[in-house]
Design a protein around this ligand. Structure first.
Ligand code: FMN
Length: 378
């Protein structure tokens, strides 16, 4: 995640500190978290087709970058995929809905990885029910499949939290995202760049961001998963990573830390909110995914549809950021949750994902744990 110099000054609450950090930055600037980014270079570099497909799948978007997937290779052609519930987000995702959506994103990229080599994948979702230790899917790599053109975007798809520029998203771009071929059954993608709709979503999303930040337990969940600077990112290549030379220096000097970010009276706290709401305010279009019901299988379908739409946006040169606060299921979020549903869904439907869509600066990849750390014996 990269931030402007102005924002970072706000975040640390003063200019005097900058001199010290700039001095430290002199040598820290060259320290990019290479180990944490290695899985991006290793994608596709395994002898077994299933491992190659999994090595692309782990680049999937997923909430707070928890990467809760665990894969077991069985026999010559099967992958049994689990979700590690030790990596749950009990405050912001109490129903494990978003984590399940992330598993759907993973499954879609695994299927695309196999198709890229001409192999099909038969999926049996939740074959033993939805208990937390039961498999999410049994995937059999068999038969033939045609490569998916969107696969070309897998290595360049990133979440872009920056301010977007003033270029509009055209109605033909919206149409491509909404109608792109290979739609996932059971999940509907919609989008809008209409001024009134965009402005209504901006207001609601910003209110929801403030609620999440001002609810101590939900805010703390995110702060505890924040990795500041290279050493923390390399040690835990997950969560919300604040990388780049300046963050690296500020973390190393102890200037930017979790304690100040938790204090609602600190400038770090205020800036963390405005950084997000400023980004929302620059957004020229939004897109979202709805499902008719809210079963685990609906959530998997939503994840598959979401990552396809994100890849399609990437192919068009557009930036994307999921913006999930208003969709979260805890008491303090009740009002925005109801409002977003009345705006974007029919009675009984669930809005599974909502995202910013626009033109932002180029974005670097987010860290990943190596595939080897996500394998277990069948
Ligand atoms: C279900 C879901 C919800 C997410 N919600 C948010 C969000 O509210 N804000 C945000 O900035 N990113 C959100 N993300 C994006 C993840 O943080 C991101 O995918 C992860 O950090 C990995 O980064 P990458 O997408 O650049 O590879 C969400 C992703 C998923 C799948």
């Amino acid at each position: 995640m990269t931030y402007s110099r102005r924002k970072i000054l706000g975040l640390i609450g003063g200019g005097t500190i900058l001199a010290a950090s700039a001095a430290a930055g002199g040598f820290l600037a060259t320290r990019s978290p290479d180990k944490a980014l290695a899985p991006w270079a290793l994608a596709g570099q395994y002898p077994d087709l299933r491992m190659r497909a999994l090595s692309f799948a782990l680049l999937a978007p997923n909430p707070h970058n928890r990467q809760p997937w665990v894969a077991a290779l069985q026999g010559a052609d099967t992958v049994i995929l689990y979700r590690n519930s030790a990596l749950n987000l009990p405050e912001t995702d109490p129903n494990e809905r978003q984590l399940t959506i992330g598993m759907g994103c993973f499954i879609e990229l695994m299927v695309q990885g196999a198709a890229q080599e001409g192999t099909g994948v038969e999926l049996e979702l939740f074959p033993k029910g939805t208990d937390k230790n039961a498999p999410v899917v049994v995937a059999r790599f068999t038969g033939e499949a045609t490569p998916e053109p969107l696969f070309q975007q897998v290595l360049i798809r990133h979440t872009n939290r920056s301010l977007y520029n003033q270029s509009a998203v055209s109605s033909s771009e919206i149409a491509v995202i909404v109608n792109s071929p290979g739609q996932v059954q059971g999940a509907v993608i919609a989008a809008s760049s209409k001024k009134t709709m965009v402005s209504d979503i901006q207001k609601l999303a910003s209110a929801a961001i403030a609620i999440e930040a001002n609810t101590p337990r939900t805010h703390a969940e995110s702060i505890h998963l924040t990795r500041i600077g290279k050493a923390e990112i390399e040690a835990n290549p997950d969560g919300i990573s604040l990388g780049g030379p300046l963050m690296d220096s500020l973390g190393a000097l102890g200037i930017l830390n979790r304690v100040s970010a938790l204090d609602p009276n600190s400038s770090a706290f205020a800036t963390a909110i405005t950084m997000q709401t400023d980004a929302v305010a620059t957004t020229p279009a939004f897109f979202w995914v709805t499902t008719p019901a809210n079963k685990r299988t609906d959530q998997i379908a939503a994840g598959r549809a979401w990552v396809r739409a994100h890849l399609q946006a990437t192919a068009l040169g557009l930036s994307v950021q999921p913006i999930s606060q208003a969709l979260q299921e805890y008491a303090e979020m009740d009002m925005p949750y109801r409002k977003i549903h009345s705006m974007l869904a029919q009675q009984g439907e669930t809005v599974q994902m909502l995202g910013r869509l626009g033109y932002g600066p180029s974005q670097s990849p987010a860290p990943r744990w190596p595939l080897e750390t996500r394998l277990k014996n069948a």
